[in-house]
Design a protein around this ligand. Structure first.
Ligand code: GDP
Ligand code: IMO
Ligand code: MG
Length: 459
């Protein structure tokens, strides 16, 4: 069977930790979209692993697959595998031949476009990993796929076509001099070709490539269990998120089928678990109706003065939760849980269960609020409008819950659900009722043991 782990909000909900929590039962853990923009944390016995491309199952020694829907920067992949080996793990990663390759010019263009947009304050705040430009090339049918790295003629032909275009874009549209770029080789066909061939050789020597659909279908046919590890989150999904402040792939559950080559029936016939952070965080720009305080440069309209009403509260939650980007180290924007957002997410993904994390971070507050619905033009609405501009106009109707005390969360995790402070249980049950999905696990700390498990989706 399959278990699909999906971010229900804006990324960083604690997906890596949940993949690790249930990953022991899985034989294979597959990523289906995104690339090294992801930063997934696993904490095993106090040792922290931050993974951006290697699927989180590596910590438990599971086979990892990067599905065809992923964009793969081989440089990052090899660097991460080598670093994990030095730490005593032995990652077994298979890369889909159909996955697209992030090449140096994609990162360069990500940076150039963000800079150009910043002149009109319209940058997305990307991770700078070249994700958008690589998916653009995929959709534009001018991308380089992992399988192309083994075919010298095809590779050269592809690079010659695409690099000429990128050069023209840099020089004629952005009016920049290629020789002034930090990495001028990023637009040099010969240099790129040599680099790409080297990537291909290592992938081949280490026997790392697969036809992901076939590989996973064979595993399932043999009765093995597969976990799909979503990256990012529903509200930064290119279709279901707040476009254009999104990533360029489909983190939603449908992406697990398209991005691996396993049928939607199989994915939908398994479990789809929505990972919910008990409050909200966001890295980058775009609206956030329940935001507390703000982050200069990311929160629209927020300037150096700061001083929003709930600045102290935002700072408190940011510090308690260690809310700084895993990939970029940027402070994350913080807000109350947004229930209309989660209703949208539950519908788009069809959650069969929920994992609600970071309940410990909220402990000690007098009250905990949620945006229960929005006011939009004098009308109460219960889900997100489809356009981002309308979403920005939404005023949340806040509902207040009594806070809960800080307790010994490790003990709570050992004792189980009833040991969770009553007010926290009231909060959790409200979320479960609103989303019409059972709670499978509750995160009360970053470690593998710091979870209250109510249900194991593989059982
Ligand atoms: P991901 O991208 O969804 O995998 O999440 P990240 O790893 O980017 O961010 C989640 C952060 O919160 C990591 O530092 C986790 O170790 C940590 N974390 C996960 N679950 C919990 C939890 O229940 N409580 C606390 N305090 N931290 C958690
Ligand atoms: P995980 O898997 C949080 C955000 C970026 C930016 C937007 C587009 O760790 O949850 P991109 O580089 O993808 O083109 O950036 O998406 N973003 C994430 N935010 N968690 C992530 O991944 C993210 N991956 C991308 O901050 O706003
Ligand atoms: Mg993350």
């Amino acid at each position: 069977m399959t278990v699909t782990i999906v971010g229900s909000q804006l990324g960083d909900e604690g997906k890596g930790g949940i993949v690790d929590l249930w990953g022991d039962a899985a034989d294979v853990v597959a990523r289906y979209q995104g690339g090294d923009n992801a930063g997934h944390t696993v904490v095993e016995d106090g040792t922290e692993y931050k993974l951006s491309l290697v699927p989180s199952g590596a910590v438990r020694g599971k086979i990892g697959v990067l599905g065809n829907g992923c964009v793969v920067n081989p440089e990052t992949l090899f660097g991460e595998i080598d670093a994990l080996r030095e730490r005593g793990l032995d990652p077994d990663v298979r890369v889909a031949e159909r996955a697209h390759v992030i090449l140096p010019y994609h990162r360069v263009l990500d940076g150039i476009e963000e800079k150009a947009k910043s002149e009109s304050d319209s940058e997305i705040g990307t991770t700078g990993r070249g994700i958008g430009p690589t998916y653009e090339d995929k959709a534009g049918r001018r991308g380089v796929r992992v399988g192309d790295l083994f075919n010298p003629d095809v590779l050269r032909e592809r690079l010659e076509y695409v690099v000429a275009q990128k050069r023209a874009l840099v020089e004629e549209v952005y009016e920049l001099d290629v020789s002034d770029l930090e990495d001028p080789d990023a637009l040099d066909v010969d240099a790129l070709y040599e680099k790409a061939r080297e990537y291909g050789r290592r992938l081949q020597e280490d026997d790392m490539t697969v036809n992901s659909g076939e590989f996973l279908a064979d595993a399932l046919d043999e009765g093995r269990d597969v976990m799909f590890e979503g990256a990012q989150g529903t509200i930064i999904d290119i279709d279901h998120g707040n476009y254009p402040y999104v990533t360029s792939s489909n983190p939603t559950a449908g992406g697990a089928a398209v991005g691996t080559g396993i049928s939607p029936g199989v994915v939908g016939g398994g479990e789809v678990v929505g990972i919910v952070k008990g409050y909200l965080t966001r890295v980058g720009s775009g609206p956030l109706p329940t935001e507390l305080g703000g982050v200069v440069g990311d929160t629209p309209g927020y300037d150096e003065q700061g001083g929003g009403d709930n600045e102290d509260l935002a700072t408190y939650i940011r510090e308690e939760g260690g809310e700084y980007g895993t990939v970029t180290g940027r402070p994350r924007r913080v807000g109350w849980l947004d229930i209309p957002m989660l209703r949208h997410s539950a519908r788009a993904n069809g959650f069969t269960g929920l994992a609600i994390n970071h309940i410990d971070v909220l402990a000690g507050l007098d009250e905990v609020k949620v945006g229960h619905s929005y006011d939009l033009d004098g009308e109460e609405i219960f889900t997100m409008p489809a356009t981002t501009e309308r979403w920005a106009d939404c005023e949340p109707n806040l509902r207040s819950f009594d806070g809960w005390e800080d307790v010994n969360w490790a003990e709570v995790a050992e004792e189980g659900y009833e040991a969770i402070p009553e007010n926290a249980r009231t909060y959790l049950e409200y979320v479960s009722d609103e989303l019409d999905a059972d709670i499978y696990a509750i995160g009360v700390g970053p470690g593998r043991e710091e979870s209250v498990v109510l249900e194991d989706p593989f059982e």
